[in-house]
Write a protein that binds this ligand. Structure first.
Ligand code: PRX
Length: 656
């Protein structure tokens, strides 16, 4: 079971209607209602979003202009002033939600904590004052490198409170990756922890920050704030490193929210692209607040009494939009879990569902496939009857996993919300609405109201139903990325010029292949660029190649994805060696570890294959298509006559 194949999709043609009871009480109650909203938004997107912005958010000052669109640069709610933490915290304190659980946190070893809105507000204000005390002010960037503990969310909100854009680096990234990101963002301060618990181990984090900062590695960083989690023995550098709990203990809980311009930067989040260096995706305040609020509300059909659990890590966009900002803006109870599915405790996720009576559960296909492998007995031994809506994200879900999720976890009662979106889009773009959209296993169904999604060829011409093409978005939306941090030109080239604009109409190029069927349902087929998706984590093949060639034994490297039953895709690296080195298994292990050191464990190649030479065109370009065929054990597809040296392919085939 891996990426959905055309065969598996074609075999699975069932249509699942929204459960009647759920639909009756849903925000959007029928397909007709969705279609009416969609038509309204399509006819006048600005009026549609302005009405929601007025109704759903609190603004310190209203905007003058809804949308200023100077392609490819968009500004939403221009002149409006707000603070996202006011919408996520303060406004709820004026209501009964004051004492409602905002965050429920479950640690991997079994410790737990609940923070009400009033408590979360207090801790965010205290943390914000600590940041100020350490010299952080509006506009300064703050790096966050944390395990899944409440302080990760508190740290993000504290930054937003004072207008300091955060850049969260996933805790699984290596010291090198941390260093690159801190330097690109020129972060002034880093918030980290001694470590975190993952898969029964205490994973160190502070040590990686020390390594990143060693020898003036990130000169912009002046202070490091350290949360105590694992009690690991760490070194604290005098004058630079401070314990979070010590400074919080004496910090004032009074910190008025900084009035932010709607277009002020809220955060930078790095993601992999086609070229070597990860790009800093920039999101701003007003449009992001509105869009994550609306998508969370409608696509999960969030009720005030729900316990909502998104299993992502706050290091990814899913954690930003759907653990922290979207749910809290709605006044929801958001559950955070530190651990991961693991063989030592195969029922741990279902224990959490049962313990807290989780109503909405949102995870990734790779986790679903891991649960299938762990066995049905684990979910079946728990009471999962509280579940009402089940979501999935991160990669195409194979229909078999979809059906298992629906049957075994949802007991056949819960709509499956397959949400297609990206770091760049900020929020869900194509998704069912649980009370409205009949679902088809393997399809993310139809676009959210206001999202003009389309399928085109490389010249930008629409393609016929059921013909494959490129996924594009035709109109700006509130939470779209604003630019690549410090590189407007890269933003323009990557997303807006692949498909040439026609008559000045720019379209956003998502980088995914897609097919739209006769009912207007979108079927995402995966990336069309050199990005691979390993366990729902996005990796650039060039990033991994650069890591490999930085090892002294490696002359050349080419990395491709190959289908994997559990991870969706796995990393397969073809490597040629310097003449001073010869191929052996120890070197393979060493190279895999080298990639882990350079990027992080998520990029560890599943397979390294040594080769005498790589297949290249006469102009010296590596022909990846052939490598992909070889990696997945397929026949070489296509014409090999453009190759410079025909014997290379034969050798690679024999060696495989
Ligand atoms: O290829 C698509 C895949 O993940 C990519 C975006 O990755 P990232 O920015 O890391 O964000 C992941 C979480 C939003 C997309 O270009 N992808 C994401 N969701 C889906 C998906 N592919 C198919 N179906 C999805 N539901």
């Amino acid at each position: 079971m891996s990426q959905p194949t055309i065969e598996s999709i074609l075999q699975e043609q069932r249509l699942f209607s929204p459960p009647t009871d759920l639909a009756a009480q849903a925000e959007i109650k029928s397909l007709a209602e969705y279609e009416q909203l969609y038509a309204q938004a399509e006819a006048d997107p600005q009026a549609f979003w302005a009405e929601l912005a007025e109704k759903e958010l609190e603004w310190f000052e209203k905007w003058d202009t809804v949308l200023d669109w100077q392609p490819p640069f968009a500004k939403w709610f221009v002149g409006g002033k707000l603070n996202i933490t006011y919408n996520c915290l303060d406004r709820h304190l004026k209501t009964w939600r004051r004492n409602k659980a905002a965050l429920i946190w479950e640690g991997e070893p079994g410790d737990s904590r609940t923070l009400t809105y009033a408590q979360l507000h207090r801790e965010v204000c205290q943390a914000a004052n600590v940041l100020k005390q350490l010299g952080v002010s509006k506009g300064d960037r703050v790096g966050i490198y944390m395990p899944m503990v409440p302080e990760a969310a508190i740290a993000m909100l504290a930054c937003a409170r004072i207008g300091a854009p955060h850049t969260v680096v996933f805790g699984g990234f290596s010291a090198e990756a941390v260093k690159d990101r801190l330097n690109d963002a020129e972060a002034k301060l880093v918030i980290t922890a001694d470590g975190g618990f993952r898969k029964d181990k205490a994973v160190p984090l502070k040590a990686a920050v020390d390594q990143a900062l060693a020898n003036n590695g990130a000169p912009s960083v002046q202070n490091v704030l350290v949360v105590q989690r694992t009690q690991a023995d760490i070194t604290m550098e005098n004058g630079r490193d401070h314990w979070w709990h010590e400074l919080i203990a004496t910090a004032s809980a009074d910190c008025p929210p900084e009035p932010m311009d709607s277009e002020d930067m809220l955060f930078i989040l790095y993601t992999s692209g086609t070229t070597g260096r990860p790009k800093g995706v920039v999101h701003t305040t007003g449009g992001y607040n509105l869009y994550t609020h609306m998508t969370c509300k409608w696509a999960f059909d969030l009720k005030d009494t729900d316990v909502y659990w998104c299993t992502a890590d706050v290091g990814w966009i899913t954690g930003h939009s759907y653990i922290v900002y979207g749910p809290l803006s709605n006044g929801a109870t958001s559950l955070m879990y530190e651990g991961a599915p693991r063989t030592s405790n195969p029922g741990c996720f279902w224990d959490v569902v049962e313990k807290y009576g989780v109503n909405i559960f949102y995870t990734a296909p790779t986790a679903i496939r891991a649960f299938i492998k762990l066995g049905n007995q684990h979910p079946q031994a728990r009471d999962l009857s509280s579940l009402r809506v089940l979501g999935t994200v991160g990669e195409p879900i194979n229909p078999e996993a979809w059906i298992w999720y629906q049957q075994v976890i949802g007991g056949g009662q819960c709509p499956i919300i397959d949400t297609w979106w990206q770091t760049e889009t900020g929020g869900f773009m194509i998704t069912p609405l649980p009370g409205a959209t009949p679902t088809k296993p393997g399809s993310a169904t139809r676009p959210f109201p206001g999202i003009l999604a389309d399928v085109v060829d490389l010249d930008g011409n629409p393609v016929a139903d059921n013909d494959g093409g490129y996924l594009v978005i035709r109109h700006p939306w509130p939470s779209m990325m604003r630019t690549v941090y410090g590189d407007d030109d890269r933003f323009r080239r990557t997303y807006w010029e692949h498909i040439p604009p026609k008559d000045g109409n720019y379209v956003y190029f998502a980088g995914d292949g897609v097919r739209r069927d006769e009912d207007g349902y979108f079927w995402i087929m995966g990336r069309v660029d050199d990005v691979i998706n390993v366990s729902g984590h996005r990796l650039g093949t060039m990033e991994i190649e650069s890591a490999l060639v930085s090892h002294p034994a490696v002359a050349e490297a080419a990395v491709v994805g190959r289908p994997d039953d559990l991870k969706g895709e796995d990393v397969c690296a073809f490597v040629t060696l310097e003449h001073t080195h010869s191929p052996n298994d120890d070197l393979k292990t060493e190279l895999k570890q080298h990639v882990v050191n350079e990027i992080g464990a998520i990029a560890r190649p599943g397979e390294i294959r040594f080769a005498d030479a790589l297949p290249k065109t006469r102009s010296g370009k590596i022909i990846r298509r052939f490598l992909r065929n070889l990696a997945s054990g397929e026949d070489i597809a296509g014409d090999a006559s453009t190759m410079e040296d025909q014997s290379v392919l034969e050798k690679l085939r024999q060696g495989s």
